[in-house]
Ligand binder design. Sequence first.
Ligand code: URP
Ligand code: ZN
Ligand code: ZN
Ligand code: ZN
Length: 490
Amino acid sequence: SPFDLVIRGGTVGAASGRYAADVGIRDGKVAAIGLGLGEGAREIDATGKLVLPGGIDTHTHIEQVSAGGLLNADTFESATTSAAFGGNTSVISFAAQHRGKDLRKVVDDYSVLAERGSLIDYAFHLIVANPDEKTITKDLPELIGEGHASVKIFMTYDLIKVDDEPLLDVLMTARENRALVCVHAENHGMISWMGKRLVKKGYVAPKYHAISHPRGSEAEAFTRLIALSELIDQPIMIFHVSTAEGAKVVRDARAQGLKVFAETCPQYLFMTKHDLDKPGMEGAKWMCSPPPREKEDQDALWQALALGDLQTVTSDHAPYRFDETGKLSAGPNANFKAIANGLPGLEVRLPLMFDAMVSQGRPEFSGRGLEAFVNLTATQPASIYNLAGKGQIAPGFDADIAIWDPQKSVTITDELMHDLTGYTPFAGRTVKGWPETVLVRGREVVSKGTLAGKPGEGRWMKRTGGWAAEPTGKLTADMDPARNFGAKVL
Ligand code: URP
Ligand code: ZN
Ligand code: ZN
Ligand code: ZN
């Protein structure tokens, strides 16, 4: 037969529109799309289903050791299993350098874990927390050249933050080697000062975590980061925008022609800081950085997604169990500063977004919720991070496909999740629409809700920086003053 597999009778969704079509797959790639395709060696009946590009989650912490030395709850096997059950076919995780560590060795170590455990395709952002001479001049350029074309920097967290001056070094190295620089941007001094003050006054419950990250700490850090990136003419990706003011800073920078990309996450679209206000330590389950904000921020973020100010929605999956190995590692009465930040979210990111955008039809998307959903969760992430052959169902592209039942109602529970966190902060929410079969390169990883993939079947996605990492060409002349004294731009 002409195809290894035909997905027959469904509605194919794309960023540009939706249409009835069969999808023919050969050798792991989409070979043909059309009505009445010839027979496949295998067939999947997709009548009444949506055939969508598999989700790409470009911000996930997997099998990662935190700055505080805590190993997160998931392995590559558990995290990518959970991701697949939630309709994802690729993830970008982190190779997380800590102070005093060798970046090359860090990447080697995470690569071994991912290669052995991953059920779906994966890549890494290189976290630089030790911007010494070797990291900046040797390891980083080499690793980018080998296909790890994005870097991640933290502007806050005591043990991993990078100050403005070394951040400029990283931006320049990224520019010279064509890598996108992703940044966790919050004003460290404000958060640190507020945290100490609250704890001293006895405000120690998890809910005060939200208060300790003043909303202005986001806009300030975004503004400073953008100024640094403009000086170097280096494109950046601002991670997890949580406030309306933060979204406005991004919008204004883009309006000036700066190459600033940005993401938000379900926790900022569906939660508020009031979710942290629970008895005892329970609120720790909703603790992440930045914290969820207010209803008005949610509305502003939805609008920013609809307008294109924000281009991706990621989970920022950062799982810690609600026990002594995770959230309660500093004891059952620890103050909020001692509790690990982060939430699990790999499995529910897409169902939450699908429900809001497609099933509920959020008004910002004016009837184009399905197209916007595909764009924000698959097509744009693949484009911005230059994941070749990913992010759309098109001839020659990898057959990374999620077949959704748009009518299936699911109430999210802790038990339903396939990761190892043991809880989900989204428990109790009912969503309409769920992915039932998920294919990576034409291979079923989840088949009608049952696990079919195996650890080790996921592949590393080697990538160059691509268009998003390409500088605008407007490097200030002052970078080379002897040659360019007085000139406006190079
Ligand atoms: O709270 C979070 N998001 N923890 C994970 C690390 C980070 O800040 O992205
Ligand atoms: Zn972050
Ligand atoms: Zn409020
Ligand atoms: Zn993160």
